[in-house]
Design a protein around this ligand. Structure first.
Ligand SMILES: O=C(O)CCC(=O)C(=O)O
Ligand SMILES: [Fe+2]
Length: 170
């Protein structure tokens, strides 16, 4: 843990635990939907039985000058996540995530899907908070024999002006 974060260690641990609980809840609902034992996925992330396998990452992609080449220079190369599910927290004004569609096209994922919607169409809770992006990973694809598909994604420099990008991944 970098020393600059040491004073916030309790906040990070609390946040990470809340992420783990949310992941477990989502995995439980997947199990219900698949009509299998509702603990099937969650029991495999039980920290009482050993390391839960959960990884928490705080990512910083620094702003660079405008010499980067669109479509060639990228911030995080194409990959799928190797775990079961991943929660991704992004910040307003820091786009860049793209997913590969089944048709093989890279498509940008809005940080806030409500962008462009009129305020009258979103409720006040939505106006305050950003959605959490949930990615299915390779392990869940494997566990479900490909029924749930892991999503290939990457992070590119946004078109136009580049800015710092911070994200949290759990
Ligand atoms: O920073 C992002 O938006 C994505 C990060 C990511 O895909 C990862 O850490 O696996
Ligand atoms: Fe990823």
């Amino acid at each position: 843990m970098p020393s600059t974060f040491e004073s916030e260690i309790d906040t990070f641990i609390d946040f990470q635990q809340q992420c783990h609980s949310l992941c477990c809840r989502i995995l439980e609902l997947f199990a219900v939907a698949l009509d299998i034992d509702r603990d099937w996925f969650v029991s495999r992330h039980d920290s009482k039985a050993g390391p839960s396998g959960t990884i928490f990452r705080m990512l910083y992609y620094p702003q660079i000058d405008s010499t980067y080449q669109d479509g060639i220079d990228i911030r995080a190369g194409a990959h799928s996540d190797y775990g079961s599910i991943t929660l991704l927290f992004q910040q307003r004004g820091q786009p860049g995530l793209e997913i590969l569609t089944p048709g093989g096209q890279w498509t940008s994922v809005p940080v806030d899907p409500h962008d462009g919607a009129s305020m009258a169409t979103i409720n006040s809770d939505d106006a305050r908070s950003l959605p959490i992006l949930v990615n299915i990973g390779d392990l869940l694809q494997d566990w479900t024999s490909g029924l749930l598909k892991s999503t290939k994604h990457r992070v590119v420099f946004p078109a136009g002006e580049s800015s710092d990008r911070y994200s949290l991944v759990s």
